[in-house]
Design a protein around this ligand. Structure first.
Ligand code: NAD
Length: 455
């Protein structure tokens, strides 16, 4: 398997992919090692996870360089991601005792009823490339804290980062056979549903998630899917600072080159402020520096995957063909690397792919709406249900809008953000189940109820 730098198109490493036999061996080792890991006191597992977080900090520059070289995000955004993973780990480690320890529910007349949160066993973490440290952390950290062993399948586009994660977890004290990496692409991933695993935690596209869910179903083990989105954002007519909102929402659309599951993918703007908002938005986007991701000040690096350049180009060409107005961008890069200019379109409709299919790249469609009712109708018109955002001066008005949209996360005057304190979960084709928060800690456990009668 070749690891290619998306900025230069150079092969930076060649790796041996796992096979059916090597995966079976890894899974046998995980099963053999998991009981001892589970029987350690929780405080010791917490200590190990905290040590991993310290190692992330100590190795920051090295890890950021690896991530940027294989996935293409600007170096500062790689550092931000690693820091983000550290703050999620901090929350999970601080709250593990509270949510993973036995819970006594009642104690009446000699009868004690309690819940014990047992680990699932050996779980698969099939992961995406866009934020490998973050989406990985959402799964393997609580899984390990809860006493599971983990088979981590990083995306083929961030395998070097996956191998670094393994190295640092082991340096931090995770036993050798409690965490293994499955190296390879989709063929290697496709072997996992048939293997003896006790839970599947998938982050990636709807297309793959659906396939995995269907194949895992007969095993009757937990399978949780966090998938794509077409996240809408509405700018109401009463916002005070149009320039500031335009800058913040453009960042929500273009950060990480638009390759965030919760990136703003379509924008609806009240007609009273539409022209001014678009003018400020376009000005902001024209100011973005595109170039080598290791160069300071660059905000738009290459896309991680070559094929996505074609997808974005097709979406833009189709929109323009059917009447969209192109304000800036619209072209792929001319030199080496998988570049596409940050692109802003208006006069878009829901008949255009750019407004309905996940773009996962540096393109945004902005549409004029006449009132909140039309905004709600447009925002709800999607197969996905990850997040929705409203910029507005009035919290009540915002909550009235957000409660009508079928999404796992609603944002008021912010967007494209994740917090470890609240559940991260999708609806419809964005998935189901939750990571992060107390729910995310318990996703990697099975409850056992005890009815204990003293004599
Ligand atoms: P993908 O579905 O192509 O791949 C995800 C993982 O599945 C990879 O490790 C891949 O090797 C593996 N895989 C591919 N085919 C497989 C198969 N048949 N069986 C088993 N495994 C298989 O997704 P991607 O391109 O890596 O990630 C981008 C997608 O992930 C976007 O849709 C994005 O929105 C979504 N995503 C969602 C979240 C979230 O939290 N909801 C977070 C990050 C990314």
């Amino acid at each position: 398997m070749q690891i290619i730098n998306p900025a230069t198109e150079e092969v930076i490493r060649e790796l041996e992919e796992d096979t059916q036999e090597s995966l079976e061996k890894k899974i046998r080792e995980l099963h053999a090692a998991q009981p001892a890991w589970r029987s350690l006191p929780l405080e010791m597992r917490i200590q190990v996870i905290r040590a991993y977080s310290s190692l992330l900090e100590k190795n920051m520059e090295h890890l950021a360089n690896i991530l940027t070289s294989e996935m293409g995000k600007p170096l500062q955004q790689s550092r931000n991601e690693i820091n983000g993973a550290r703050s999620r780990i901090q929350w999970l480690a601080e709250n593990a005792e509270k949510y993973l320890s036995d819970e006594v529910m009642t104690n009446v007349q000699g009868m004690t009823e309690k819940i014990s949160y047992e680990p699932l066993g050996v779980v698969a973490n099939i992961s995406a490339w866009n934020y490998p440290h973050l989406v990985g952390t959402n799964v393997f950290i609580p899984a390990l804290l809860a006493g599971n062993a983990v088979l981590y399948k990083p995306s083929e586009y961030t395998t070097l980062t996956g191998l670094e994660i393994e190295r640092l977890l082991k340096e931090a004290g995770v036993p050798l056979d409690v965490f293994h990496v499955a190296v390879g692409g989709k063929d290697v991933g496709a072997l996992l549903p048939e293997m003896p695993l006790d839970g599947y935690f998938f982050t990636g596209s709807y297309k793959t998630g659906k396939l995995i869910y269907e194949r895992v179903a007969p095993k009757m083990v937990p399978c949780q899917c966090e998938m794509g989105g077409k996240d809408p954002l509405y700018v109401a007519d009463d916002i005070a600072n149009i320039k500031g909102v335009a800058a913040a929402t453009a960042d929500g659309a273009f950060y990480n080159n638009g390759q965030s599951c919760c990136a703003v993918e379509r924008i609806y703007v009240h007609e009273k402020i539409f022209d001014q908002y678009v003018e400020e938005f376009v000005k902001e986007v024209r100011g973005y520096k595109m170039g080598s991701p290791v160069e300071p000040g660059v905000y738009i690096g290459p896309l991680a995957r070559k094929e996505q350049v074609d997808v974005i180009e097709q979406q833009v060409d189709e929109a323009v063909k059917y009447g969209a107005k192109l304000h800036t961008g619209g072209k792929r890069g001319t030199d080496k690397g998988f570049y596409f200019e940050p692109t802003v379109l208006t006069d878009v409709t829901h008949q255009m792919s750019v407004m309905v299919d996940e773009s996962f790249g540096p393109v945004i469609g902005i549409m004029k709406v006449k009132d909140d009712a039309e905004a709600i109708e447009r925002m709800a018109d999607t197969e996905y249900g990850l997040t929705a955002a409203v910029y507005c001066s009035d919290q009540k008005r915002t909550e009235n809008i957000l409660e009508k949209i079928n999404v796992g996360t609603g944002y008021w005057n912010c967007c494209d953000r994740v917090s470890a304190a609240v559940p991260w979960s999708g609806r419809k084709h964005s998935g189901f189940g939750a990571t992060l928060s107390h729910l995310g800690l318990r996703s990697f456990t099975k409850p056992k109820s005890y009815h204990l009668k003293g004599d």
